[in-house]
Design a protein around this ligand. Structure first.
Ligand code: SF4
Length: 704
C-alpha cells in the first residue's frame, strides 16, 4: 500500500468551487497541498464533494502563469490560434513587474484621458474574495471613472436578484439551504444540486427520506434527486411561468392563500388575482406539459404544508423571462406566507464560491456596495464623500452590453480579473471578436485562459489556496479563507495587483493587508455590521445580517416585514412570453447548457485538475435515445451541433435525463464550446442571456 505522508501543517480554509461554501482543512507539506478534508462548517458538517476533496491539484499545475507577460508586437490575438497553453512564447514575452504594471496602467489611462472614462470597462471575479471584489469596483469607479463594472452574476442570478430586490427588498436568500431539515414541503426548480451543489444535495436527500416531508422536483430534465421526490414535474422547457401561474391560480381559486398574511405583509394582491384568471391549470396543462391535477396537487401541498421552501438555480434564471420566473416563485411564497419562518423561504442556490459576496461588494454596474443605486443622488454624494472622488451619475454597462459596446467602438480598453468571457459569454464568435478588437486588454489570472489569449498584458495572480480573504456563500455566511501555500514563481496576490494598477493610474491607495480593505467595506456596508475580520479569524463564520457583536447572525430573514419602501412584499403579475427563439424545421431541437459534477464553469481550474479531468475528459452532447434513433446515431458517434450562432463538433452521449427534442451541452469544453451556440438575447430586467434555450440542429458526422 501507499505510505501516507504527514503534513507540515493543516490550514483551515473554505472550498474554492461552489456557493455551498464547505469549510476545509488543507494539509500542506513542503509548500504543496497533500490533501483536503472537510471541516465542521455550518454548510457542510465535514462533508465535501469530489471537486472540493480532489480538485485541488490545478493549483500545482505546471502551466500556472508565473511571470508577467506582454503581447509581442503584431502577434495575433485570440485563443483559436490553436497552440497549447504552455506554448505562448511566440505571442507573449516575459516582462518585469514594473514594466508590465506600467504598460497595463498607462494603456488604460491613455484611453480614459483621450476617449473618456466610459471607453473603459472592467469584469471582476466571483471566485475572488470580498476584498478583491470591493477593490476592483472601487478601481473602476474611482480610477476608470465610470460604473462599467460587472461580473458573472450577470450570467447566473441577475434575474433572481432583480425580482428579489423588487419583491422582497433583498437579493440574498431568505433562509439557508439547511432549512430543508425544518421544511415540510421542498420545491426544487431549475437546479441540479447533486451536480452543482452536491453537499447541499446531501441535506436535501437527508430531509426527503423523512416520510412526513414532500419533495417536488420541477425540471425539464430528469435528475438523480427525482428518486427521493414525491413527484417529478417534467415541464416543457421555457414554460415555467405557465406552470407556476397555474399553481398560483389554484392557491387563490381554492382559497389556500393566507388571507391574514397577504393583508398584513403584501401589496399587489388584487392585481395578481385579476391577472391570474387567465392561468387555470386546465388551460396551462397543454402549454407547460404538466396535467392539471398534478399542478393542483403540488400547489395544494405547497400552500397547506406547515413550512414550505423553494430552492432554484439557473434553469429558472437563465431565460429572457428569468425575472418573471422568479416573480412567480416570490408570489407563491408571499400569498401563502411561506416565508420568514423556519423551514420556509426563497433560496436561489448561488453558483460560484463568492458570487454572493462579489455582488454584495458592488461588482454591479448599477449598484454600489450593499445594492445602493448609483443613480440615487443622496447615495452617490455619500459615496463621493467616502471615496473622496466625483463619481459617474449613470449606471454602467452589463457583461453582454459591454461586448456590444466594444463592437460599436464605444469601449476600447478593459481590465478582466479572474473571469473568462471568451468561454462564458453567449454567442462566442461575437464575444471573442469583441475581445480581439480592444485597443488595450489587461488580464489578471492564474492560467492562460481563452480570454488571456486576447490580452495585451497578463498579470499572473494567486489561486484561492494562496490568499487570505473573506468569502460569502449562498447562505449569507461570511467565512474566512486562508493562504495555505505560496503562489508559484513571481505570481502575486490579486488585491496587491489591483492596488498597483490603481497607484499607477494616479490613485493614492495604501492598503497593507486584506484586513484593512474589509474594515473599509464594513464602514459603508450595513450588511457587515457586527462582523469584523478579527471575529472571523476567531469564529470562522458569521451570517449576515448580524445584530450583535457576539451573536451568530440572522439565518431567517423577513420574520418582521420586508426591507422595501412600504415594508411589504410586492406581488408582481407576469405574462406568458415565448423563449427568444423557438424550434422550427431548420433547428428542431432545444439546446440547453450547464455544468457537470466534475467540471467547474469554463473549466479553467477543473480541466487543469488531473483527477477531475480524467473523470470527464472530453466534450459530449447529451441526447435522448429516441432522437438518436431518428438520426441513426449511436453513443460515441461524432455529430455537429448547429444554432443560428455557429457549429461545433463533438461526441454523443446517450442520456435518459434529457427529454426527446432537447439536447444538453456542458460549457466547460473549449474544444467544443457550448457558448459558440447560445443565444445572447437578454432578459429585459436582469440583463441575463437565455443560456437555457436555443433552437438547434444535430447532424451526424462521418469522421471527426
Ligand atoms: Fe466545494 Fe461546493 Fe463541493 Fe462543497 S459542495 S466541496 S463548496 S464544490
Amino acid at each position: 500500500g501507499q505510505r501516507e505522508e504527514y503534513p507540515d501543517e493543516i490550514i483551515n480554509s473554505v472550498c474554492p468551487f461552489c456557493g455551498v461554501g464547505c469549510q476545509t482543512e488543507v494539509h500542506v507539506k513542503d509548500d504543496k497541498i497533500l490533501k483536503i478534508d472537510g471541516r465542521d462548517g455550518p454548510a457542510n458538517e465535514k462533508r465535501l464533494c469530489v471537486k472540493g476533496r480532489f480538485g485541488f491539484d490545478y493549483i500545482h499545475n505546471a502551466n500556472r502563469l508565473t511571470k508577467p507577460l506582454i503581447r509581442r508586437d503584431d502577434a495575433p490575438r485570440g485563443w483559436d490560434i490553436g497552440v497549447p497553453d504552455n506554448d505562448f512564447s511566440q505571442f507573449f514575452r516575459e516582462a518585469t513587474w514594473e514594466e508590465a504594471l506600467e504598460r497595463a496602467a498607462s494603456g488604460l489611462s491613455k484611453i480614459r484621458d483621450e476617449k473618456g472614462p466610459k471607453s473603459l470597462a472592467g469584469f471582476g471575479s466571483a471566485k475572488g474574495s470580498n476584498e478583491e471584489a470591493y477593490l476592483f469596483q472601487k478601481l473602476v469607479r474611482t480610477g476608470f471613472g465610470s460604473n462599467n463594472v460587472d461580473h458573472c452574476t450577470r450570467l447566473c442570478h441577475a434575474s433572481s436578484v432583480a425580482a428579489l430586490m423588487e419583491g422582497v427588498g433583498s437579493g440574498a436568500v431568505s433562509a439557508p439551504f439547511t432549512s430543508v431539515a425544518e421544511a415540510e414541503c421542498i420545491i426544487i426548480i431549475g437546479c441540479r444540486p447533486e451536480q452543482n451543489h452536491p453537499v447541499a444535495a446531501s441535506y436535501i436527500k437527508q430531509a426527503a427520506k423523512d416520510p412526513k416531508k414532500h419533495l417536488f422536483v420541477l425540471d425539464p430534465r430528469g435528475q438523480s434527486l427525482v428518486k427521493y421526490a414525491d413527484k417529478h414535474l417534467q415541464f416543457k422547457p421555457g414554460r415555467d411561468v405557465a406552470m407556476l401561474n397555474a399553481m398560483i391560480y389554484t392557491i387563490i381559486e381554492e382559497n389556500l392563500y393566507d388571507v391574514q398574511y397577504v393583508q398584513a405583509n403584501t401589496e399587489g394582491f388584487e392585481e395578481l388575482k385579476t391577472n391570474i384568471k387567465d392561468f387555470s391549470p386546465e388551460d396551462m396543462a397543454e402549454i407547460c406539459g404538466i396535467d392539471a391535477q398534478t399542478l393542483r396537487e403540488t400547489a395544494r401541498v405547497y400552500a397547506t404544508s406547515e413550512a414550505s421552501l423553494i430552492l432554484w438555480g439557473m434553469g429558472v434564471s437563465q431565460h429572457t423571462h428569468g425575472t418573471d420566473n422568479v416573480r412567480s416563485l416570490i408570489a407563491m411564497s408571499l400569498i401563502t406566507g411561506q416565508i420568514g419562518r423556519p423551514g420556509t423561504g426563497l433560496h436561489p442556490l448561488r453558483g460560484q464560491n463568492n458570487v454572493q459576496g462579489a455582488s454584495d461588494a458592488g461588482l454591479i454596474p448599477m449598484l454600489y456596495p450593499d445594492y445602493q443605486s448609483v443613480e440615487n443622488e443622496e447615495i452617490r454624494t455619500r459615496m463621493e464623500d467616502f471615496w473622496g472622488m466625483e463619481l459617474d451619475r449613470q449606471k454602467g454597462l452589463t457583461v453582454v452590453e459591454t461586448m456590444d459596446a466594444i463592437h460599436d467602438g464605444n469601449v476600447t480598453g478593459m481590465f478582466i480579473q479572474g473571469e473568462n468571457p471568451a468561454m462564458s459569454d453567449p454567442d462566442q464568435h461575437h464575444a471573442r471578436e469583441a475581445l480581439s478588437k480592444l485597443d488595450h486588454l489587461v488580464v489578471q489570472d492564474i492560467f492562460m485562459t481563452e480570454t488571456a489569449w486576447h490580452a495585451d498584458v497578463i498579470l499572473p495572480s494567486s489561486a484561492h489556496a494562496e490568499k487570505d480573504g473573506t468569502f460569502t456563500n449562498t447562505n449569507r455566511q461570511v467565512q474566512i479563507g486562508r493562504a495555505a501555500v505560496s503562489p508559484p514563481g513571481e505570481a502575486r496576490q490579486d488585491w496587491e495587483l489591483i492596488q498597483e494598477l490603481a497607484q499607477h493610474m494616479g490613485l493614492n491607495w495604501s492598503y497593507t493587508h486584506p484586513k484593512e480593505v474589509f474594515n473599509e467595506m464594513a464602514q459603508i456596508m450595513p450588511s457587515l455590521n457586527n462582523i469584523t475580520w478579527e471575529r472571523l479569524e476567531r469564529e470562522e463564520v458569521v451570517t449576515y445580517p448580524c445584530s450583535s457583536a457576539d451573536g451568530p447572525g440572522t439565518e431567517i430573514l423577513f420574520a418582521q416585514g420586508f426591507p422595501t419602501a412600504s415594508g411589504r412584499g410586492k406581488l408582481v403579475s407576469t405574462a406568458l412570453i415565448d423563449p427568444a427563439e423557438l424550434p422550427d424545421k431548420e433547428f428542431p431541437l432545444v439546446l440547453t447548457t450547464g455544468r457537470l459534477l466534475e467540471h467547474w464553469h469554463t473549466g479553467a481550474m477543473t480541466r487543469r485538475s488531473q483527477v477531475l479531468d480524467n473523470l470527464e475528459p472530453e466534450a459530449v452532447v447529451f441526447v435522448n435515445r429516441l432522437d438518436m434513433n431518428s438520426l441513426g446515431i449511436v453513443a460515441g458517434d461524432w455529430v455537429s451541433v448547429t444554432t443560428r450562432r455557429g457549429t461545433v463538433s463533438l461526441k454523443v452521449r446517450q442520456d435518459r435525463e434529457v427529454p426527446e427534442g432537447m439536447i444538453f451541452m456542458p460549457f466547460c469544453f473549449s474544444e467544443a464550446a457550448a457558448n459558440m451556440l447560445t443565444n445572447p438575447q437578454l432578459d429585459p430586467f436582469g440583463k441575463i442571456p437565455e443560456f437555457k434555450y436555443s433552437a438547434a440542429r444535430l447532424d451526424p458526422l462521418a469522421v471527426a
